[in-house]
Design a binder for this molecule. Structure first.
Ligand SMILES: Cc1cc2nc3c(=O)[nH]c(=O)nc-3n(C[C@H](O)[C@H](O)[C@H](O)COP(=O)(O)O)c2cc1C
Length: 319
């Protein structure tokens, strides 16, 4: 998730309760293949301990998808990020679902769902496959349709035989305004059977717990479940029986402090705006007396040093 699942937060989640796969923030291949590369590379940064990470790409130019896919598949990009030889991403995912105006009006992401853009979608998929050359699996993330539900899109995607297809159960037009439609996600899984391919079908949308995920996977015969915003309510959402609600004030403060300290080490030279930490403040600093007042102070901090000293003071004040 953009501005959320950076290497620091992924490491925190991995330590608390790890999913089978993580995805990077979406990264623009056209930007990566431009003089702006260095600025974008930080979105792909990861640590050797992250051994189940898929790189998510978006963009418009097939030749750039091919080049970046190749750099990922050969391990060249991971080495450019400073990782030791042999440490790499485990796959590449194409974002064909982001609904944001800035991406869609250029014809990228969810705009690729439109029938008139199907040729470009095919060129992008083919170019990425060429770049990967079978060395890493290809996955695609998409929605149910653009303005309307359009299962011809999923039919088309399944014909391309990606190793994994993640379906967010809403159209682009629906943004996040209506509940995800899991019946339709189930229909995509059914389409997969009709195609007789072995593409894994993963459902996404509004899942808030491991139990909820298992129930939906069972009901709709899915190969996996992707959880996004559920992590904001429960950082242990990938645990079979999360005990997050019983995690007390001290531990919550300590966890946020750990994230801020790691953020400081990773992004201390200003590569990331400290305001991106505010989203996480809401994750941890809540559910105990005085949380709101503490949050108000933390959200106004202007440096990680200030954040750490406020958190240390809060830790020492054991009410
Ligand atoms: C802040 C934020 C950033 C997101 N960034 C991405 C992204 O970079 N790539 C992506 O595929 N989806 C992104 N999404 C969408 C989620 O992955 C997910 O599809 C959507 O939120 C629905 O699932 P959920 O209810 O489990 O969150 C983002 C969502 C949010 C709220």
């Amino acid at each position: 998730m953009d501005d959320v699942t950076d290497t620091v937060f992924r490491q925190i989640v991995q330590d608390l309760a790890s999913p089978d796969l993580f995805f990077t923030e979406f990264v623009n291949v056209d930007g990566l293949m431009s003089p702006g590369r260095a600025k974008l590379l930080k979105k792909l940064k990861f640590m050797p301990s992250e051994t189940r990470l898929v790189a998510q790409l978006w963009g418009l130019k097939p030749e750039n998808f091919k080049a970046v896919a190749e750099q990922i598949a050969t391990g060249q990009l991971a080495q450019e990020l400073g990782l030791p030889k042999g440490v790499n991403f485990v796959g590449v995912d194409l974002n064909m679902g982001c609904p944001a105006k800035s991406e869609v009006q250029n014809g990228a992401c969810a705009a690729l769902i439109k029938k008139e853009n199907r040729d470009l979608a095919k060129q992008i998929i083919d170019a990425t496959k060429d770049g990967l050359a079978g060395r890493l699996p290809l996955s695609i993330k998409t929605r149910l349709g653009f303005n309307e539900v359009d299962l011809t899109w999923h039919d088309f995607l399944l014909q391309q035989k990606p190793q994994m297809l993640t379906v967010h159960g809403r159209t682009r037009k629906q943004m996040s305004k209506v509940p995800a439609d899991w019946e339709l996600i189930g229909q995509v899984r059914h389409l997969r059977d009709m195609h007789g391919t072995d593409t894994l079908v993963v459902g996404n949308g509004d899942v808030i717990s491991y139990e909820h995920a298992l129930q939906l996977a069972g009901k709709y015969n899915l190969d996996g479940i992707m959880i996004g915003r559920g992590i904001f309510a429960d950082p242990k959402v990938f645990m079979e029986r999360s005990d997050w609600q019983y995690v007390g004030r001290q531990q919550r403060i300590a966890l946020y402090k750990k994230q801020v300290q790691m953020f400081n080490v990773m992004w201390g030279r200003g590569e990331r705006n400290i305001k991106t930490l505010n989203k996480f403040c809401k994750v941890y600093i809540n559910g105990f007396d005085g949380a709101r007042e503490l949050r108000d102070k933390l959200m106004n901090a202007s440096s990680t040093t200030e954040l750490i000293s406020l958190l240390t003071a809060a830790e020492n004040r054991r009410d």
